[in-house]
Design a binder for this molecule. Structure first.
Ligand code: ADP
Length: 169
């Protein structure tokens, strides 16, 4: 698996799929979800509305409308409630569900934001471990490359450090 950390606005990336840290209604929200819907335009909301709902840790795939990428994979993140409520398992499941869709659609490159580490309050370091560990445990043919998209200096440093333990740049 090729992997890299990129500090960027995820809506600008020209990749096969970007992941949206969504909520269960799939009707848009703040943070990266709001940015993705604003950049994609109203078609995205309309398509999301057809699903009605998505459970935490699961994922759905849509077209990308006005975004430069090809698809958006929406996964409702794990809400941090102190750490003893299955939060880690649910966050891992978010990554697995997205990777599984990328595999089904034979997507080469997928870009993840740091799911759950904004409004949902998941500690950044623990979330980055789960993200990187889950991606490197994935041993199917697709995706071939994962981009961990960070939005702050702090997140960029943490992800770079965690990724360096897997001996990749
Ligand atoms: P959640 O509700 O899952 O916590 P947020 O959107 O609040 O989702 O935050 C998830 C992460 O996405 C945070 O680390 C935040 O800094 C980051 N983020 C916010 N906007 C963008 C963006 N445009 N591109 C990439 N990452 C973003």
């Amino acid at each position: 698996m090729l992997a890299e950390v990129l500090k960027s606005d995820i809506t600008r990336l020209d990749v096969d799929a970007i992941v949206n840290a969504a909520n269960r209604s799939l009707l848009g929200g703040g943070g990266v979800d709001g940015a993705i819907h604003r950049a994609a335009g109203p078609g995205l909301l309309e398509e999301c509305g057809k699903f009605g709902h998505c459970d935490t840790g699961k994922a759905v795939i849509t077209k990308a409308y006005n975004l430069p990428c090809r698809h958006v994979i929406h996964t409702p993140g794990s809400v941090w409630r102190g750490g003893g409520n299955g939060e880690a398992e649910l966050l891992k499941s978010c990554y697995m569900s997205c990777l599984s869709l990328a595999c089904d659609y034979e997507l080469e490159t997928i870009a993840f934001p740091s799911i759950s580490t904004g409004i949902y309050g998941f500690p950044l370091r623990e979330a980055s471990h789960i993200a990187v560990f889950t991606v490197f445990s994935w041993n199917k043919d697709f995706p071939r490359k994962v981009i961990f998209v960070t939005f702050s200096e702090e997140a960029t440093e943490i992800y770079r450090e965690v990724l360096s333990r897997f001996n990749v740049r």
